[in-house]
Design a protein around this ligand. Structure first.
Ligand code: ADP
Ligand code: MG
Length: 238
């Protein structure tokens, strides 16, 4: 399960409110993309959902349960960081296993989950290598593998492809979409890239200065942008 509800959440840093009261529902299994210009609050919103930041007010519910007071590790969500967040001195296997070792999971269950994730991500032949011996795309897959083994209710991605070159980005985009089709798990994907938003999303959330400008399917937003900002961002004819 992975239904996430944001109920009038706000976030301020000091006197500055970067997220004004915001409501949003993400359905179980949906691929939702948060898109908007740099500084509009995409990462902050993701970090609030993950529990890496506390909301200033309002409530986050995950499958009906108030998550606002649940620590990050217990929310059942997995954040996928960029591939440079891997541990260079550890093997691929150890990198993927890291969250499971931290949770004290027994070795047999760890191995089962790692082997599954490696199969899904085509990493089975690379488990004994170190990150430095992998291509950029393979490293990004290891970062995703570390999330998959936790069997989360939802995956949270914050611009995971922004440090890959253009060709690799296209390939990884497809891989993440295929992964979503296979796992049918809720995914929230943050990007400032319109093409990623339009090609990957079931539902796009367009943000400007912490406010939701519009929510809809890629086709909805393209055909019926609510205003010039959305039209300009999505690339609709105006
Ligand atoms: P995005 O990910 O869309 O580029 P962010 O969520 O990183 O935007 O930032 C939104 C706004 O919040 C920006 O104005 C940023 O400067 C501010 N901000 C983010 N994190 C902090 C922080 N820890 N302290 C103060 N201001 C922050
Ligand atoms: Mg950001």
């Amino acid at each position: 399960m992975g239904r996430i509800t944001l109920d009038k959440i706000t976030k301020s840093f000091g006197d500055v409110q970067v997220i004004p009261p915001l409501d949003l529902t993400i359905e179980d299994g949906e691929f939702v993309v948060f898109v908007g210009p740099s500084g509009c609050g995409k990462s902050t919103l993701l970090r609030l959902i993950a529990g890496l930041e506390d909301v200033s007010s309002g409530e986050i519910r995950i499958d009906g349960k108030n998550a606002t007071e649940t620590p990050p590790a217990k929310r059942g969500l997995a954040m996928v960081f960029q591939s440079y967040a891997l541990y260079p001195h550890m093997s691929v296997r150890k990198n993927i296993a890291f969250p499971l070792r931290m949770a004290g999971m027994d070795q047999k269950e760890q191995d089962r989950r790692i082997d599954n994730a490696a199969k899904v991500l085509n990493l089975s032949d690379y488990l004994d290598r170190r990150p430095g011996q992998l291509s950029g795309g393979q490293r990004q897959r290891v970062a995703i593998g570390r999330a998959i083994v936790r069997e989360p209710a939802a995956f949270l991605f914050d611009e995971p492809l922004s440090n890959l070159d253009a060709a690799l980005r296209v390939g990884m985009r497809l891989e993440i979409s295929e992964l979503h089709n296979r796992l049918e798990t809720t995914m929230i994907y943050v990007t400032h890239d319109q093409v990623e938003a339009m090609t990957m999303a079931d539902k796009i959330v367009v943000l400007r200065a912490g406010l939701i400008e519009q929510v809809g399917s890629p086709l909805d937003l393209y055909k019926h942008p609510r205003n010039l900002f959305v039209a300009g961002f999505i690339g609709s004819p105006t």
